[in-house]
Write a protein that binds this ligand. Structure first.
Ligand code: GLY
Ligand code: MN
Ligand code: MN
Length: 440
């Protein structure tokens, strides 16, 4: 997919405007991660760096100079020998040209560039805490430069920590509202993820191993250009579903079990995140169906409520109430709805939140409250997951028919002007639709 670089350029310009002439911002590419001896994990670019550059290489940095209102990329130089071993790299000249930076230079010149650019800027914006070694490097330089500027009585800089600002305060609200370009990529990530879940449903049979179903999912992702999952796939048969982040995926599937799959593709850096739960045999038992239909009703009611100007806290607390009522109806909770909510007794069976923002990161940035502690109301362009669940471990006070039932139903919802778009609607989720697809 050919990407129009002006998307990234516009984002850089928006940040430059926000930091103003007193601010300078520095964003680093992700480092490579060693897997064993001299081999690395597949490289994934840092989400923030990608958001502002689209530039795919490690050992790179972006400097946004507020005084000049300019963007400079530092990256690896062209190196024909290294490229024979490790593949193509742009080098500064081609990177500047193709990714529309004002300037570009060799990453070895980073310190020199900063020494030139930092003086006169009062605020240094960086993603503090993300790469601690970089923080140390930045603060050392900042202090060194401020000592020089103070020594020469050049006004404009102090070492005060209030001048070290987290760039996430600017970037997170931007990333929270997805632009058209992001929405189109997220539709693709969601659809590839959806097709993978359908493939998993069609290929599940008693006696297969969880990792064999995982293989079907990864196969479908990769076939459609999603080279990696957005997170480690959860393929959890039977009681394994009651472990929320079960990723061992090593057990054999039993006919009497449900299979909970939580898997999403990463496409062009954007995440899908879908959960579906279905019977290994292809037919729900009546106890499985009873629990399933409670979770499904909450999934659907919460999606319906995920609209422009809605308050997430209200959607989430309504979901908790519905789940609690359902647990009382099932007989796994006793007493009143109020008591079970007040004492959070429902948490024995529903121990996570209703959902999270989705985007470049599967648990995307943005938070649910603003700096004043006020809820951030939903608005067009935001994408959230909706993922209610009920997880019933075996216990003496629980009827045996419910033991080891773990169900989560998760969709990806884009808020629009007039309602919402369920990006993951193409995976079946009623019990009858699931049973039908599993027979095909
Ligand atoms: N797949 C992780 C989550 O649903 O939050
Ligand atoms: Mn999720
Ligand atoms: Mn998930």
């Amino acid at each position: 997919m050919k990407v129009n670089q002006s998307v990234y350029q516009q984002r850089r310009q928006a940040v430059l405007q926000k930091i103003g002439t007193d601010g300078i911002a520095i964003v680093f590419a992700a480092p490579e991660q060693r897997r064993s001896n001299d081999t690395e994990y597949p490289f994934r670019q840092d989400s923030y760096f990608h958001y502002l550059t689209g530039f795919p290489e490690t050992e790179s940095a972006l400097i946004l100079n507020g005084q000049e209102q300019s963007a400079t990329l530092l990256c690896r130089h062209k190196d024909p020998d290294a490229e024979i071993w490790h593949g193509f790299r742009y080098g500064p000249a081609a990177a500047r040209e193709q990714f529309k930076f004002d300037q570009a230079d060799d990453i070895s010149q980073l310190t020199q560039h900063l020494k030139k650019a930092l003086p006169g800027h009062r605020q240094l914006y960086a993603l503090w805490g993300l790469y601690p070694q970089r923080d140390t490097q930045m603060i050392a330089l900042w202090n060194e430069i401020n000592q020089i500027t103070n020594h020469h009585s050049i006004p404009g800089s102090t070492i005060a920590s209030e001048n070290l600002i987290n760039l996430s305060s600017i970037l997170d609200p931007m990333r929270l509202v997805k632009d058209e370009h992001e929405q189109s990529l997220m539709r693709i990530a969601a659809e590839i993820s959806a097709q993978a879940h359908i493939r998993a449903m069609r290929n599940t049979k008693p006696g297969k191993y969880e990792y064999q179903i995982e293989a079907e999912i990864l196969h479908e992702f990769m076939l459609h250009g999603a080279r990696y999952p957005a997170y480690n796939s959860i393929v959890a048969g039977g009681k394994n579903a009651c472990c929320l982040h079960y990723v061992r995926n090593s057990d054999q599937l039993q006919a009497s079990d449900l299979l909970l799959i939580d898997a999403g593709a990463e496409y062009q850096m954007y995440a899908g995140d879908i959960s579906r739960t279905f019977p290994v045999s292809g037919r729900f038992t009546s106890a499985q169906k009873d629990v399933y239909d409670i979770v499904l009703a909450v999934n659907q009611a919460s999606i319906d409520a995920t609209v422009n100007q809605a308050d997430w806290q209200i959607i989430a607390s309504n979901a908790t109430r519905m789940l609690t009522e359902g647990m009382i109806d099932l007989g796994i909770l006793q007493g009143s709805v109020e008591e079970n909510i007040d004492k959070q007794l429902y948490r024995r069976f529903y121990m996570h939140g209703l959902g999270h923002w989705l985007g470049l990161d599967v648990h995307d940035v943005g938070g649910r409250f603003d700096h004043q502690g006020q809820p951030i109301l939903l608005q067009p362009g935001m994408v959230t997951t909706i993922e209610p669940g009920i997880y019933i471990a075996a216990a003496d006070d629980i009827p045996a028919a419910f033991h080891h039932i773990g169900i989560r139903i998760e969709d990806n919802i884009l808020v629009t002007e007039n309602g919402n778009e369920n990006l993951t609607a193409s995976v079946p989720k009623t019990t009858s639709a699931i049973e039908t697809i599993m027979q095909q």
